[in-house]
Design a protein around this ligand. Structure first.
Ligand code: SF4
Length: 252
């Protein structure tokens, strides 16, 4: 059984496959909370802060999450959506932290079906949890967008960086890359040093950097600094197309 907070068809807005039509599955729950990202929200009359997908992280929103406990039924639903789309889009499994469900039989039945359809599946993960590639070999066929958290997440280093998980994913997965959400302040601060240290764990890995922000306005504030940072250090700049086009609208 796993929890979904959203499922929708859109265009991937960021990272290596930006611009590719993609079907998104956003799972509920995360093993981190990233208080440093400072998105503030209210739930049950309480003011809290976290990342911009707090609604998929904070279990206080759990009553809005959909429980998926019948893999066959869910696969039929997906097939029906793909029939409407009239081709097999990429599938992006994001969160929260989707690899929290790496041992879940319902989740794994759905994933193995997607892989069997020859669909490109990308996990957007914080890179702290590693699937059992021997037991579940279909995990090796997925792409891993490793969005490892930096110190600006507010999480302690031993919680946000798991070198063994990163090395195992790199050794087993057919494709992976590093992806960071950066602010103007972080590129002027410790971001380069922190990314460089991660590259000692994952040498020769492509690095995508994108501006932080949940609205056009905040992205405009940070994009030029991140763009110049990428030019300086030979990293790849990724925009956030869905926010440029739809601003703060969710589910597109
Ligand atoms: S790891 Fe990602 S989804 Fe989880 S709390 Fe941090 S930013 Fe949010």
């Amino acid at each position: 059984m796993f929890y979904l907070t959203e499922q929708f068809f859109s265009i991937q807005g960021e990272g290596k496959y930006a611009g590719v039509p993609s079907y998104f599955l956003r799972t509920g729950g995360c093993n981190l909370s990233c208080p440093g990202f400072g998105a503030s929200y209210s739930v049950n009359g309480e003011r809290k802060s976290g990342c911009d997908t707090y609604f998929a992280v904070d279990s206080a929103f759990g009553n809005r999450w959909k429980k998926i406990d019948d893999a066959a039924l869910f696969i039929r639903t997906l097939q029906a959506h793909f029939d409407e789309i009239r081709y097999l889009p990429d599938v992006v499994i994001t969160g929260g932290e989707p690899l929290m469900y790496r041992e879940d039989s319902t989740f794994n039945t759905v994933l193995s079906w997607l892989i069997a359809q020859k669909i490109r599946v990308t996990f957007e993960t914080n890179g702290t949890l590693c699937p059992d590639f021997e037991r579940y070999p279909f995990y090796a066929e997925a792409v891993y967008a490793l969005s490892v958290k930096l110190s600006n997440s507010g999480e302690p280093e031993n919680k946000r960086i798991n070198p063994e998980a990163l090395k195992q994913i790199a050794a087993s997965a057919k494709e992976y890359y590093l992806k960071f959400t950066l602010s103007k302040e972080s590129v002027e601060g410790s971001a380069f040093e922190e990314i460089s240290r991660l590259l000692t764990i994952l040498p020769d890995t492509d690095v995508y950097c994108m501006p932080v922000g949940e609205s056009r306005e905040t992205i405009w504030h940070h994009d030029e600094a991140v763009f110049r940072f990428c030019m300086k250090h030979n990293f790849r700049y990724s925009d956030r197309l869905h926010i440029r086009v739809f601003d703060t609208t969710q589910g597109v």
